[in-house]
Design a binder for this molecule. Sequence first.
Ligand SMILES: [Zn+2]
Ligand SMILES: [Zn+2]
Ligand SMILES: [Zn+2]
Length: 774
Amino acid sequence: MSSGERVEAKIGITGRVQGVGFRPFIYRVAVRNGLAGYVINLGDAGVEIVVEGEKSQVARFLEDVRLEAPEVSEIEEIISEYKPYRGRFNEFVIDKSQSRGRVASGIYPPDIGICPQCLEDMATPGSRWYEYPFTACAWCGPRFTSVRALPYDRERTHMHEFPMCMRCRKDYHDPMDRRFDAQGITCSVCGPEMSLYDASGKPIEAKDPFKEVAGYLLEGSIVAVKGIGGIHLASLATRDDVIEEFRRRKGRPYQPFALMSPDLGSVKTYARLDVDEERVIQSWRKPIVLLRKRHRVISELVAPGLDTVGVMLPYTGIQTMLFKGLSEPALVMTSGNKKGLPMATSNEAAFDELGGIADYYLLHNREIVNRCDDSVLRLIEGKTAFTRRSRGYVPDPIDTPLKKGIGIAVGAELRNAAAVATNGKVFMTQYLGDTDTLEGLRAEGEAIQTMRDLLNITRDPDVIGCDLHPGYMTSQMAEVISRETGVTLVRSQHHHAHIVSVMAENNVSRDEEVLGIALDGAGYGSDRQIWGGEILKSTYGGFERLGHLENLPMPGGDLCAYHPYRMLIAGLSNAITGDTIRDITENHVEEALPHGKIELEVILKQIKNHDVLKTSSSGRFLDSVAALLGLAYYRSYEGEPAMRLEAFAAEGNPELVNHDVEIYQRDGKYVLNTSNTLYFMSKILNKHKKQDIAVFGQKYLSDGVSEMAIRASGDTGISIVGLSGGVFVNEYITKTVLNNLREAGLTVLLNTKVPPGDGGTALGQACTALESVM
Ligand SMILES: [Zn+2]
Ligand SMILES: [Zn+2]
Ligand SMILES: [Zn+2]
């Protein structure tokens, strides 16, 4: 040994360093560098390492730790402190003495996609993991979906029924093995098993169930496949007739289906990816990434009328095995749920709820403890825009400047997620789907409780946040909790919650004011009208409405969301007479409205009613443009008309349509005129390509709200603008608004950690609620 200066170093590492094989990694790097000492878990304080050795060895050790850390780990900070050498240790050890009891908040990782080493084990004949679909290690496998309670021990996970065999036990205790201390380890000798059933739930004997399933799929069957966070429905993606039948059984005529491809090469045969998309789709989080379609390899019916398709890669051994006997570029892999219900997770629920849809069931005997749908996102300028944040991301916390108190927020109502806040961090629950049913509400209650259990929160929260909308079932649930526990209830205006969500995830300080542009379908306004195209001056605690889209009548309320042509007529009525509307709609109205001309007359009467509901929704404006262009006369799923419009507009040139943004002031607020614009578009229908008009509609909205924000910035001196609301998953609108505001010298904040849509509102509600008790 050389005779460099010897030291003792105490090193603290914070970040995501637990549940991801970090201590055995430290062990191996320490041993390799000839150091003695120990590593220990410190609950939410990260890990502590004490090493003895030459100063140069310690330096190399620290460098290796930074460079070679497991992919899933995330090092926030390394603090090292040097002391005189005392010669206290003979070897390096992993000290487990404190690790169990002290596992606390914020350290539990999301589910991790199967790692390359495990895939290699599965591909190695003779290995006890050869073709074994539950293969996992300390670096990969189920985490969030597997755990019932803390501390994180095998008995409290979905592995409790599967005691380790001798060899697994040996690996588990060997710090040099990558399965060291991994609660999820298992093998073909001791672990769970797959089983196959027919449509009636009768078991099918099969030596190799995956081979059987490949055969069924190739015949055109629909197969329910149990994974780690729920049950998927799988089918061929290349045959129109199969998908047509699938949609008929599921009662989903147009909603886009997600795809799973065996590898990146297969994805590239039907979709275009840039470098960021390649990176994210292959990351350990394994989300569904919305990609631009190319070539007609897969059926057009997978995502009808859209120019994107959602794609993911296999993230479990089960899915890897599914592709073994197939040479398909992709399979449809959509959540196995009955319309309006959360995704099925148990075998019983599969038979119960997917009966009539699935022809076969490929299930297993391991429990799914926490339901977790696949996450869905797209990349805009390389940044994440979630439509659904769930598996692979939950329960990663979001740091906020609201450092005190415990808060719970129940979110909005559709495509919802709840939030639990503690110690300055907000933990969003997994995607809950629609919480406007008792089943959905029950799922939400369970998800909140799970999050509290994982965070060790046993006392009542200090405050609970909900939406201002008195009719939301989530608001009513929050009221009941508040009444029963005496916990303060704070109601957030919907769009203010959107803007606070973008402020919080960007760590805007508590004394800062931000201008928010909130664009979405609908939210309950402070004036009891329906808002959705708003310029709000915001702090965490409150807001002032500085501008909005023109208030248009909304005859029949929600009917306008389902029948966009109704909204178009309502919009036009603010600009022109009934007779002109009759002329314009003459040739389309029979097709566009369920009751044709009769309905048109009813609508024209309803509009005149002075207590007709009014809306400033940007979603409804985009719907109207889609209806005018004949792209959507009925909304079969949330966001459909606007999504079809975006796809159609991709081919258009906005510069070919000339029409100035029209902003006026009313009651001290800026108002963006939309009715004259709809009329203008109706007049140029025969003079321009429809694609050009489509993109003009999006541009008008983008330029209009940008201009209102720029004027509001001039009035107030505020130079930070936050963008939020479901419309900001639209790539064209997001980019256009971003460019406009940047050109005006403003700083722009986006939602990249939570969805800009309603799946992110609970973050805003939680922060506003906490601010009220700070
Ligand atoms: Zn692994
Ligand atoms: Zn085993
Ligand atoms: Zn919203």
